[in-house]
Design a binder for this molecule. Structure first.
Ligand SMILES: [Zn+2]
Length: 321
């Protein structure tokens, strides 16, 4: 073989080698979670109340369900999350006013899944991202149900149930049976707020601390907690891969920086629910830049909203303060 031919073969081998390793390198840059899932293109957003279900149920995968209360039922239209392990299921939040049939919907999913697996329905733990009214309103539907535990609303209730000794610095694991969640205290928006990280899907559930909408902080006394909680989540994600950040509401439109006024009942051009680590870092940067001087600041995908800074105070949730 001539030297020229040898060089040609060498280049060809290099090309083939590079083509082979490229997918692996891409995979390493954004690892897929052990248990991936999908979100819908868009959620029902109050556009046709005659036909929209009161609760939209989306199977992210067979062990994680995302439920959305209809905007026709209540403008807050919160998202609820139902995660299954081998022994327990966790429902995070129970919905807002309007009496949506949350317990009956969850029961249906639990029983269908148990039948499919040939097992008894998993013990249900009903916990909350936080206890503003639009996240706990349907708790009473679960009270007294068999095989069900409803976690209380105060900081001490949440800390005791999950075994968080150092509130809010302590991050604890909560095992549903073959599925470990990390519970991260995130006071600021509400004193008893938590975020949940699911190691299986690598989804970070951020409640009302970070979502595509108004990131309300209702009192200057809670501003420092909000900043520290954001920092706690940033530190956490530095050591844990995150596939998606999912919060509890959508108030942004598809036009970057444009939000629907708080309380709007119809969102015809609603932004997607999903955020990423880049949004958490963007929030962290903005809070670092502000320091103690809280300011209302609109970003493309969320609005930082220290409510006491508003000239005309946006109506806060009913029991926010
Ligand atoms: Zn809230």
């Amino acid at each position: 073989m001539s030297i020229r031919a040898l060089i040609r073969v060498g280049f060809l081998s290099l090309f083939v080698f590079a083509a082979c390793i490229r997918p692996a390198a891409r995979k390493a840059a954004s690892p897929s979670p052990p248990d991936p899932g999908t979100l819908p293109e868009a959620w029902l957003a109050g556009v046709s109340c005659e036909t929209e279900p009161v609760i939209q149920v989306h199977a992210y995968n067979e062990d994680l369900y995302v439920l959305r209360q209809s905007k026709c039922s209540h403008f807050e239209a919160p998202f609820l999350y139902l995660l299954f392990g081998e022994e327990k299921a966790l429902l995070l939040d129970t919905g807002s006013l309007g009496e949506p049939p949350v317990a009956a919907t969850v029961e249906r999913i639990r029983e269908k899944r148990a039948r499919k697996k040939g097992k008894d329905p998993a013990h249900l733990v009903v916990a909350h991202s936080h206890s503003h009214f639009d996240h706990i309103q349907c708790d009473r539907q679960f009270e007294g149900l068999p095989n069900t535990t409803v976690v209380g609303h105060r900081v001490e209730d949440v800390a005791r149930f999950f075994g968080i000794e150092e509130w809010p610095e302590g991050i604890v694991a909560f095992d549903l049976g073959g599925r470990v969640l990390d519970v991260i205290p995130t006071p600021g928006h509400h004193p008893a707020h938590i975020a949940i990280y699911d190691r299986r899907t690598q989804v970070l559930l951020t409640g009302d601390t970070l979502y595509p909408g108004f990131l309300f902080v209702f009192s200057p006394n809670h501003w420092d907690d909000f900043r520290r909680s954001t920092r706690r989540m940033v530190d956490f994600v530095a050591g844990h891969p995150v596939s998606r950040i999912l919060g509890c509401h959508i108030e942004m439109s598809r036009t970057p920086g444009k939000s629907y006024p708080y309380g709007t009942r119809v969102h015809p051009e609603e932004r997607s629910l999903e955020l990423g680590v880049e949004h958490l870092l963007e929030l962290q940067d903005a809070l670092l830049a502000m320091g103690e001087e809280a300011a209302i600041e609109a970003h493309d995908d969320f609005v930082i909203y220290p409510a006491w800074r508003a000239e005309r105070f946006q109506r806060p949730p009913r029991d926010a303060r």
